[in-house]
Design a protein around this ligand. Structure first.
Ligand SMILES: [Zn+2]
Length: 369
C-alpha cells in the first residue's frame, strides 16, 4: 500500500552530480523510518489476504488455508511492495504504477467517471500509454495477475500460483485504498499532507483488533466475476468516493488536536506516543461519524479478493489440489551445486596427475641436502 509518490524528477546534468549524489545519500538515510513503517502496511495486506482465504468455498480454500500455504500466500501478497524498493534485489522500475490509479488525474469528467474507458488499449489510445506510467495502472495490473493465476492453476505450476495470487491480492487491495485512487494521494492539495501513512499505517497500527473485526464482519458467499476488469474499476471508483470523507475527518482531527501527522513520522509505529494519541483517537471518531470509510475499504477489499480468487479457480477448471510434482519443478531456483562439484572434479583430474609424478620424482631423488 505504501508505494504511491510523485513522478520522478528529470536526470541531473553533470555539473550538479556531486550535489545530487549527496542529496541522494541524505534521501536514502531519511527513508529509513518510512521503511520501518512499511511492516505495518504489510499488516493490512495480511489481514485482507487471510480473511479472503477464509471466505473461499471448499475445496478451493484448502489450497491456501493450511498454515504453511497461508504464510506463503501472505508473503507473496506483500512481495510487490518490495519490487518498488530501489535497494531491493527484486527492484523493478516498472513496478510502481501498478499500485495505484489516480483516476481524477486522467479522466475528463467528474465522478463517477461513467465514460472512462476500462479497456487498457482503448484508454491508452485516448490518453497515451505514458500517461498511465504517472497516474497508475492498478486495475489492469490486478487483471493481468488474475490471468497469470488462471494459467498457473490450470498448468499446476504451484510456485507461480502463489506468486500470481499474491500479486492479485496486492494490486486488488491497493486499489481499494481511497488514497491510491486520487492525485491528492497524500492530501497535499488540501492541507492534509501526511494523511496517507496516517491512515494506512498509523491508524491501522492503533486499531488492529477493530480492523480485524471489521474485515471479518459481513461474510457473504463469493461471486463469480464474468468481467473482472469491469468490477475492478467499479471498486476503484467506489474507493475514490471515500477520499472526501477521509480528508474531512483528517481536517477535523487536526483542528481539534493541533497535531500534524506529516511532522511526526516517528509516531506511525509508536502506538504509545502520548503526543499522537489525541489525533488518532479524534481521527477514528471523525471517520466513524462519516460511516468509517476506511473500515469499509478494508472489508470490501477482502470480500472482493475472495471473488477474484474464486473466479480464477473456476476459470482454471476448479483444480482440487496443487500438484506436488509441479511444485518441485518450479521451486525456488537454487545454485547448481552439482555443476560446481563436477567442474571442480574435472579440474582436479587435469591437475592432479601432472603434480603427482613430479612429487614422486622429488621423493625418489630423496633429500638434496
Ligand atoms: Zn502497494
Amino acid at each position: 500500500m505504501s508505494t504511491h509518490g510523485p513522478a520522478p524528477h528529470p536526470p541531473p546534468n553533470g555539473s550538479r552530480r556531486r550535489a545530487v549524489c549527496f542529496a541522494a545519500l541524505l534521501a536514502v538515510l531519511a527513508a529509513w523510518p518510512a521503511r520501518t513503517a512499511r511492516a505495518w502496511s504489510d499488516t493490512g495486506h495480511d489481514l485482507i489476504t487471510e480473511e479472503a482465504v477464509q471466505r473461499l468455498p471448499q475445496p478451493l480454500r484448502s489450497l491456501f488455508a493450511d498454515p504453511p500455504s497461508l504464510n506463503r500466500l501472505k508473503a507473496a501478497s506483500i512481495a510487490a511492495d518490495g519490487r518498488t524498493d530501489a535497494q531491493s534485489p527484486h527492484y523493478s522500475p516498472a513496478e510502481k504504477p501498478r499500485h495505484f490509479f489516480d483516476i481524477d488525474a486522467v479522466a475528463d469528467e467528474p465522478p463517477p467517471f461513467a465514460t472512462f474507458p476500462r479497456d487498457r488499449a482503448e484508454a491508452e489510445r485516448q490518453f497515451g500509454a505514458e500517461t498511465f506510467e504517472k497516474t497508475g495502472t492498478a486495475p489492469w495490473a490486478a487483471g493481468e495477475a488474475l490471468d497469470r493465476l488462471v494459467d498457473a492453476l490450470r498448468d499446476g505450476r504451484t510456485g507461480e500460483v502463489f506468486a500470481a495470487a499474491g500479486d492479485l491480492a496486492h494490486y486488488a487491495t491497493d486499489l481499494h485504498m481511497p488514497l491510491h485512487t486520487t492525485k491528492n494521494w497524500d492530501g497535499q492539495l488540501t492541507g492534509n499532507h501526511g494523511i496517507h501513512k496516517a491512515l494506512e499505517v498509523g491508524l491501522v497500527n492503533r486499531r488492529l483488533d477493530a480492523c480485524r473485526a471489521e474485515v471479518q464482519s459481513d461474510r457473504r458467499v463469493v461471486h463469480y466475476l464474468a468481467d473482472p476488469t469491469d468490477h475492478l474499476f467499479d471498486w476503484l471508483i467506489a474507493a475514490h468516493a471515500r477520499v472526501e470523507p477521509i480528508l474531512e475527518a483528517d481536517t477535523a482531527a487536526r483542528q481539534a488536536t493541533r497535531y500534524n501527522p506529516a511532522q511526526h513520522p516517528e509516531d506511525l509505529d509508536q502506538v504509545d506516543s502520548a503526543q499522537a494519541r489525541p489525533y488518532y483517537k479524534a481521527l477514528a471518531e471523525e471517520l466513524a461519524k462519516r460511516g468509517s470509510p476506511e473500515a469499509a475499504a478494508l472489508r470490501e477489499a477482502s470480500a472482493h479478493l475472495a471473488d477474484l480468487l474464486y473466479t480464477a479457480w473456476v476459470r482454471a477448471g476448479k483444480p482440487v489440489t496443487l500438484q506436488a510434482a509441479a511444485q518441485a519443478a518450479d521451486a525456488e531456483p537454487t545454485p547448481p551445486y552439482w555443476l560446481i562439484a563436477l567442474a571442480v572434479g574435472l579440474l582436479l583430474l587435469l591437475v592432479w596427475p601432472r603434480r603427482r609424478p613430479a612429487r614422486r620424482g622429488g621423493d625418489a631423488s630423496g633429500p638434496t641436502e
